[in-house]
Design a protein around this ligand. Structure first.
Ligand code: DC
Length: 207
């Protein structure tokens, strides 16, 4: 079974995807990490994340160690990830890995284009979103927990800018697949979102 979970930044996709994967005994892939790890390699090399050749080389050189870096979620890497993710050559280089990952034993994958491009025939497609304020507030709390003090207004601006970039890029823009079920988590706890998602999965695919 392939479960595709797409949606904007900080909507709760990752938490939901991990819980679904554990409950259903499926492997989980956070596809955002592929773009973050690519972006980090570009930044460490001192190259420009908008340089398609440099970003393609980084995407083709990824190793396990790149995914284990503790600094993949900082603000600079998040911005650079959005930049490399807009480059068609980078998306193309990372596509096969995602399809192979899911193709082996089924999987839960979260990202922006899982239900539209990577697995258009996924068994279940969820589009998880929330208001920009709710999403920025959650990201801000994550920063607080990590001991990083960032003004909330700055986090709201960053999240809104990344949404805009992800939605308006030409290559695999963030859109809800026509056959995806919308889950708006603005007023839902993580437990409520999980219960709703599990219900949708069980309705589509009795387990
Ligand atoms: O989900 P995330 O915030 O970790 O994603 C990081 C960046 O990568 C974000 O700007 C969107 C992009 N991304 C993408 O374009 N396609 C995906 N399948 C996953 C992430």
């Amino acid at each position: 079974m392939i479960i595709a979970i797409d949606g904007p930044a900080a909507a709760g996709k990752g938490t939901l995807a991990k819980r679904l994967a554990a409950a259903l005994g499926l492997p989980y892939l956070d596809t955002g990490l592929l773009y973050r790890a690519t972006a980090k390699r570009v930044l460490v090399a001192g190259a420009n994340p908008a340089d398609e050749q440099a970003a393609l080389h980084a995407a083709q050189s990824l190793t396990q160690a790149d995914f284990e870096r503790p600094d993949l979620r900082d603000t600079e890497t998040s911005k650079a990830a959005s930049q490399v993710a807009s480059l068609p050559a980078v998306r193309h280089a990372l596509l096969e890995f995602q399809r192979r990952f899911g193709g082996q034993h089924g999987a839960v994958l979260d990202g922006r284009d899982i239900g539209t491009i990577i697995f258009p025939n996924a068994d279940v497609k969820l589009f998880v979103t929330a208001s920009v304020e709710a999403r920025a507030q959650r990201r801000w709390l994550e920063f607080q927990t990590r001991g990083e003090t960032v003004p909330l207004a700055e986090v709201i601006a960053d999240v809104a800018a990344r949404d805009e970039a992800d939605r308006t890029r030409a290559a695999a823009p963030l859109i809800q697949a026509p056959d995806a079920t919308l889950i708006d988590t603005t007023h839902l706890t993580a437990d409520e979102a999980f219960a709703r998602a599990l219900e949708i999965v069980q309705t589509r695919q009795p387990v």
